[in-house]
Design a protein around this ligand. Structure first.
Ligand code: GAP
Length: 452
């Protein structure tokens, strides 16, 4: 993990948020290559979940929502983590996670009193992660929603507005709009990539647990009780997509939730084997039954039931959800691609990202920087390729250094313009993974924006 964090910073993928002010916990900014990778993950996800599916449609809903949305969804009351503080150094811990580490399960629905009892019974085994003491304050529930004061001109915060605790609520709010204005018919899915914010007690593990993150969600609306088969299919499709995008299958596994979050009747995670801390959740797949549409019908007073146009049957659709954090995906894709190998006598680091995810598809180099005719030809090739794919022109340093730099950011192909190019119109194309080089005519150079 240290090597990946170091590469992410050194090569302009991910920076600590507000770094020049000392950094802000749980916040990260994506640099020039990070944003390309992030956008490529989003584009590949969108292609798979919207473009290739006849009955899935996209959405982009506003982040600010009527505060009653979060009452209806259950987040103002049920979306909390149990918190305790080390009496010695004031470090805050998430009690359920600390109990989990010593093999004790705290049920989501457990009362504060019961949880305190469980915590007290095990207090001696739990150590403060910072100072090692075992002396903690009583457990308190801590709501994860982030409040803002938008529209609160008096500063009295009469009616708080919340940043989204989960991106999917915008989809439920627009279910009726989509049914009324498009040809969507149950079963159909809505997809959205949106930001979510959570007052996480202990942001940790780089991009894994942050306070601001993006979720790529699909919500599949189905007839009541027709959940089982579709749920199994969707779970498998999501797993297979990660493999298709280059993740080694042995680094992925399913895990069923023992403690269900308040909205779910069944929940499975796709876990990734993250470096240094092992398998943990990358994507959640939830059977939400009719919970969300029923709640919003009740709280808004608008009937969100669906009338089948063929049978006339009326019902509140059930929802099967897939929800994946983009930061966790990006970390998994980088970790899985991270490779150290030997080329000739040199050790190199290479990100073996799939072509579709690679931030830069092709790098174009003149063999020598101080030969204007090579530089001009290389510029000509670069100008042609950049019309189709994200590519980079690089004439800085010796050729070996330029290859290493591109290997580290995962560029699948490097094109070199040398003296032969000037006479026969061919270039060398080097493959990132094998380092093999072959000569190709400039006229035959062709790189697709995506291949999957
Ligand atoms: N709408 C369902 C939902 O929000 P979740 O399991 O709380 O379910 C879904 O979140 C996904 O969002 C997780 O699998 C994870 O990838 C990502 N996620 C959740 N909390 C996160 C955090 N604090 N930092 C980064 N990603 C997070």
């Amino acid at each position: 993990m240290e090597s990946i964090i170091s590469l992410a910073k050194r090569r302009g993928f991910v920076y600590q948020g507000s770094e020049i002010y000392g950094g802000m916990a749980g916040m990260y900014d994506f640099g020039p290559y990070g944003v390309e990778l992030l956008n490529n993950i989003k584009a590949a996800w969108w292609k798979e979940n919207v473009q290739k599916r006849e009955n899935y449609f996209g959405l982009d809903s506003a982040m600010f929502k009527d505060p009653r949305v979060w009452d209806a969804s259950g987040h103002t009351t049920g979306f909390s983590d149990p918190l305790s503080e080390c009496k010695k150094c004031n470090t805050r811990i998430r009690v359920d996670k600390e109990l989990e580490k010593i093999g004790v399960t705290a049920d989501e629905k457990m009362s504060e009193e019961h949880l305190n009892q469980l915590f007290n019974d095990n207090k001696d085994k739990i150590k403060c992660p910072k100072c090692g003491a075992s002396d903690f304050t009583p457990v308190r529930s801590f709501n994860l929603l982030v409040k803002t004061n938008m529209g609160d001109f008096t500063g009295e915060n009469v009616q708080p507005v919340y940043l989204p605790g989960e991106a999917c609520q915008g989809i439920y709010l627009n279910f009726k709009n989509v049914v009324d204005t498009t040809r969507a018919k149950v079963p159909f899915g809505l997809a959205q990539i949106g930001k979510a914010f959570r007052n996480e007690i202990s942001p940790r593990n780089f991009l894994f647990r942050t306070r601001e993150f993006e979720q790529a969600d699909t919500q599949y609306f189905i007839r009541p009780n027709e959940n089982k088969e579709a749920y199994e299919r969707i779970k498998q499709e999501r797993f297979d997509w990660y493999v298709k995008m280059g993740i080694k299958p042995e680094n992925l596994r399913f895990k069923q939730h023992e403690n269900l979050v308040f909205y779910a009747s069944d929940a499975w995670d796709i876990e990734y084997n993250y470096p240094s801390y092992g398998f943990d959740e990358m994507e959640g797949i939830h059977d939400r039954t009719d919970y969300d549409l029923s709640q919003h019908s009740k709280f808004s007073g608008v009937d969100l039931s669906y009338k089948d146009p063929y049978t006339g049957e009326k019902y509140i659709p059930w929802v099967l959800e897939t929800s994946a954090g983009l930061g966790r995906m990006l970390l998994a894709f980088m970790s899985d691609a991270y490779t150290e190998d030997i080329v000739g006598d040199d050790k190199r680091t290479v990100l073996k990202l799939s072509y579709d995810l690679a931030p830069i598809k092709v790098a174009v180099f003149p063999l020598l920087k101080n030969k204007p005719e090579l530089v001009a030809k290389a510029r000509e090739v670069y100008d042609k390729l950049k019309e189709t794919v994200r590519c980079e022109f690089d004439d800085n340093g010796n050729i070996g250094k330029r290859y290493r730099r591109q290997d580290e950011i995962g560029t699948p192909h490097c094109v070199v313009i040398d003296f032969d190019t000037l006479t026969d119109g061919t270039v060398t194309v080097r493959d990132r993974d094998t380092t093999e080089q072959k000569r190709v005519a400039i006229a035959d150079l062709s790189f697709a924006p995506t291949r999957a």
